[in-house]
Write a protein that binds this ligand. Structure first.
Ligand code: CA
Length: 228
């Protein structure tokens, strides 16, 4: 599904360049030239965006004010917001005042950098909010720690579950040994990495034929691959 992105920016050339590039990246962008218009679009259930790019300096309602207003509304209280600012000093103000922006970017910026940030923020939000994972053979409920492989329940230890959860939340990407040790064991682990291999082996055994979803990337780590 295409994600709506609202661009609140009064400078037409910047707004249009963002619009053009986000559209090319597969998003559905909309431009609001003022904070008031941005607020209307964001608070309309039919047009509410998945992410908002918000310029700080706007005629009328400022970006800061709009950000505060959006955070007070149930529909937009958790919508990711990336602020655009003209000066590094303003960026300090955004983080210092804690108006509720998720990220900021200082002008002039490269469109490539901004689209990368948009993707990163959306990924983070998605990762934090998905309560279940499922594909054709595997279902994982992250809240209840329940795993079903080919229709059969699988009992995992907390560690094995956390390991599987981390791999799933990074589907298609290689999780390095160090990342797995840091994120699953919760500390910087410089010693023996056999602990990790032992857990992976047990996890695969318990998942039986579904265990093939965990791929070994020799010399690097492991990767979770979705069943088609
Ligand atoms: Ca402006």
């Amino acid at each position: 599904m295409q994600q709506n992105i609202l661009i609140v920016e009064d400078e037409a050339d910047i707004a249009e360049s963002l619009h053009y590039n986000l559209k090319r990246e597969g998003f559905r962008p909309t431009i609001a030239e003022s904070g008031e218009k941005g607020l209307r679009i964001a608070l309309d259930e039919k047009t509410t965006p998945s992410l908002i790019i918000l310029d700080l300096m706007l005629p009328g309602m400022s970006g800061m004010e709009l950000c505060r207003r959006l955070r007070r509304e149930p529909l937009t209280e958790t919508t990711p917001i990336i602020m655009l600012t003209a000066k590094a000093a303003e960026a300090d103000k955004i983080s210092g005042l804690d108006v509720g922006a998720d990220d900021y970017i200082i002008k002039p910026f490269s469109v490539k950098e901004l689209t990368a940030r948009v993707r990163a923020v959306l990924r983070r939000v998605e990762r934090d909010s998905v309560p279940t994972y499922s594909d054709s053979r595997l279902t994982v409920d992250f809240n209840d720690m329940r795993v079903m492989c080919d229709g059969e329940g699988v009992k995992l230890t907390r560690k094995e579950f956390t390991l599987l959860e981390y791999l799933i939340k990074n589907t298609g990407r290689v999780a390095t040994r160090q990342q797995l040790l840091d994120n699953v064991w919760g500390y910087s682990y410089f010693g023996d990495t056999r602990t990790l291999d032992v857990h992976i082996r047990r996890l695969r055994q318990k998942m039986d034929e579904c265990g093939t979803c965990i791929e070994t990337v020799v010399g690097v780590g492991y990767r979770f691959n979705k069943f088609k």
